[in-house]
Design a protein around this ligand. Sequence first.
Ligand code: EPU
Length: 417
Amino acid sequence: MEKLVVKGGKKLKGEIKVNGAKNAAVAIIPAVLLASKETVVRNLPHISDTRLLVDILKKIGAKCEFVGDILSVSDTKINEYKFEFDEVSKMRASYYFIGALLGRYRKVELPLPGGCNLGSRPIDQHIKAFEMLGAAVKIEHGLIKVEAKKLVGTKIYLDVVSVGATINTMLAAVLAQGETIIENVAKEPHVVDVADFLNKMGAKVQGAGTDIIKIEGVEKLGGCTHTVISDQIEAGTYMVAAAISDGDITIKNINPKHMESITAKLREANVEIIEIKDTIRVVGKGELKGINVKTLPHPGFPTDMQSQMGALLSIANGTSMITETIWSNRFKYTDELNRMGANIKAEGNVAVIKGVEKLTGAKVKAPDLRGGVALVLAGLVAEGETEVSEIEHIDRGYEEIEVKLNSLGANIRRIES
Ligand code: EPU
């Protein structure tokens, strides 16, 4: 088990490049199985989630290599439809194998997915969509078994705006007969990226990024070369690193349009943000102002930036309020921040944050991926040393977080517990 030890007090300065988007990558890796020819995916982040998914691809018989940030898949024929490996239940995104294998091979069995404990994480909308396309779905002994003689396009209305259900329905529908219309879909940049990837393979997906996606089923998908978009949440995390440390960071390789809600909220909190083409410069103005934040599906403020924002607002002037509308249990990090001297009262889906003058280093535990990174951000400004344990959560989503932050002047060590 490893820990990150953060010595606070440095203003972060310099330039940083963002990796490929985790939440696009974790869908695109299973989706390569839809292609009948070679596929190359570039700009994949080297994080434990992507490595696990590539291991699963190999275990079920696909021939592929993951070197640097490139995944090359030379053969997508598989020899198993049932996979019960530990890797599958460890991560949420393994559910994309259901859509991909159902789409291509009409059959799949795997353990119900795991992932960060953010509260109840049902997959009823995924199941509804698979069934409406013609599949039979059974849950037995912890496994989800999905099978179809044929898949036929239809109109599917998602009851909740869900990234996972939107993507999984696209994966299952691209090789279905006829037209599928998915209404009330998620519009996140990574949903659009997955649709772009599918279209490069020959799929006919229209409307990604709007409320309705239309898919004209095709008989076969070929291979393609695709470059994954930059990670909006990694970029947002480094924006907060600049703001919380009163520093000056230029984030390269990012689409400022994807960052609008985060940029708007940071500006409201009195942080200077300058956008030039595909870079964003974030400059601290000395004093942070308390603000209210409400998480919403894209283009609203992303839930995956809520914890980082909580860390920032813990040292802002005045009182802030965060309302979390996506997950029922995403405030666990606030207890840890309070151990560092923050004054946060979280109840139900609301956290009230009274800004304090300073945080002090303490031993804290990463409760989940984004909550964990929020503690690292808090450590950057805390007096003394902050020891963040259970960082395997952070490694699921951030490539070499300490190396990147140290390149900006932070003082973070990774040690064995
Ligand atoms: N929901 C349902 N039924 C479903 C699916 C979702 O009720 O069938 C509900 C969920 O309980 C939640 C809401 O709908 O309240 C949104 O869930 P969504 O399906 O959008 O989440 P997800 O696909 O499981 C992805 C990201 C999360 C991110 C959410 C929201 C991946 C692998 N995970 O999860 O990312 O928080 O979308 O944007 O793409 C993270 O990166 O830290 C992370 C947790």
